[in-house]
Design a protein around this ligand. Structure first.
Ligand SMILES: Nc1ncnc2c1ncn2[C@@H]1O[C@H](COP(=O)(O)OP(=O)(O)O)[C@@H](O)[C@H]1O
Ligand SMILES: [Mg+2]
Length: 323
């Protein structure tokens, strides 16, 4: 499948704290992955692992500290100039923040049509907007004249997706798009992503802390921890047969669908996020049940473990990934 977006050693450093005690946090640490047409690529991991920062760099909201973002066949080295490409569209976590409560929802759709010059007159604009709303299971007549408060979170998220479809993007970036949507309609939105992938041949960069929806969407996955991609490979392989101890723990922490089985709880937060970011060696060593001495001293490299890339000293006998 044709690559749409590639990151190579993409990094972002933030400085935090006061002038006297400044911490340097590598929020995204040499992250490399490829998103392809007609495929979902998932960035998964707990809150604070660098998922949104990665998306923000791709969208041009944040300048990478180093590394490259390659869009399609064009190589884009980073310039201070904001790079924006209409072939990339984004949908964010909170639909209630996307829409101003005092503005009619249709205003956003017409604004996008106007901004990109997508229709010659109002009639054509309505036609285009209606077709995109239909693609997400709504219609213009259901939206016309209404305010955000008149819709559910799930409906607003659909409208937000319809708006992104107006420009016929080849890549949709969805940052936790269902985490604030009622569980009962979560799957219908995830199904919508599957349809967009298959029917429009779109690439989707899906960001989530929920492995179940990632599994359902298939494709490729990168499991992130404190800025690092701990494991990258086909979703099926990574989630069914996780190689990295972090992926293994993350999978265990998925709530069981069976109410009789006990919810095992989230991974215990043994250290603060800050301490983990500042660790030398493997960022996960403080929580890892398989940690060895070397893990606390030296950051592991990525190893190829049967077609899956794993950043873990347990696999030091395997072939190193060259970046
Ligand atoms: N503008 C910023 N300045 C300083 N630190 C930031 C900034 N944005 C994000 N961070 C930090 O970078 C880390 C990764 O954040 P983020 O990318 O939002 O993670 P995620 O989306 O996986 O929850 C966190 O420790 C966060 O506090
Ligand atoms: Mg985030």
């Amino acid at each position: 499948m044709q690559p749409i977006l590639e990151t190579r050693n993409l990094s972002k450093v933030f400085h935090r704290g006061s002038l006297l005690s400044r911490d340097r946090i590598v929020a995204v640490d040499r992250v490399s992955f490829t998103v392809r047409r007609g495929e979902v690529f998932t960035l998964a991991g707990e809150s604070g692992c660098g998922k949104t920062t990665t998306a923000r760099m791709i969208l041009g909201f944040e300048h990478p500290s180093s590394g490259e973002i390659i869009y399609g066949s064009e190589r884009e080295r980073w310039h201070p100039r904001v790079w924006f490409n209409q072939r990339i569209q984004a949908v964010f976590q909170n639909p209630f923040e996307t829409f101003n409560p005092l503005r009619k929802v249709e205003g956003y759709l017409f604004e996008t049509v106007k901004h990109y010059g997508l229709a010659a007159d109002r009639g054509k604009a309505v036609e285009l907007i209606n077709s995109k709303l239909e693609a997400v299971g709504l219609s213009y007549s259901e939206v016309e004249g209404r305010y955000p408060s008149e819709f559910s979170g799930g409906q607003l998220q659909r409208i937000s997706i319809a708006r992104s479809l107006l420009v016929d993007p080849s890549l949709l970036i969805a940052d936790e798009p269902v985490s604030m949507v009622d569980a009962s309609i979560r799957m219908s939105i995830v199904n919508l992503f599957r349809r967009l992938r298959d029917e429009l041949d779109m690439g989707i960069l899906y960001i989530t802390h929920d492995l179940a929806t990632a599994y359902y969407l298939g494709g490729q996955i990168a499991v992130m921890f404190r800025g690092n991609t701990m494991e990258i490979g086909p979703v099926q392989e990574v989630l069914v047969n996780p190689r990295h101890p972090y992926t293994q723990l993350l999978r265990e922490s998925i709530p069981e669908a069976d109410p009789k089985k006990k919810w095992r709880g989230r991974i215990s937060i043994a250290e603060t996020e800050e301490e983990e970011y500042l660790r030398t060696g493997c960022k996960f060593a403080g929580r890892c049940p398989k940690a060895m001495d070397i893990c606390r001293q030296q950051a592991p490299e990525l190893y190829d473990v049967g077609g899956v890339k794993v950043k873990c000293h347990l696999y030091a006998d395997k072939q190193k990934e060259v970046s």
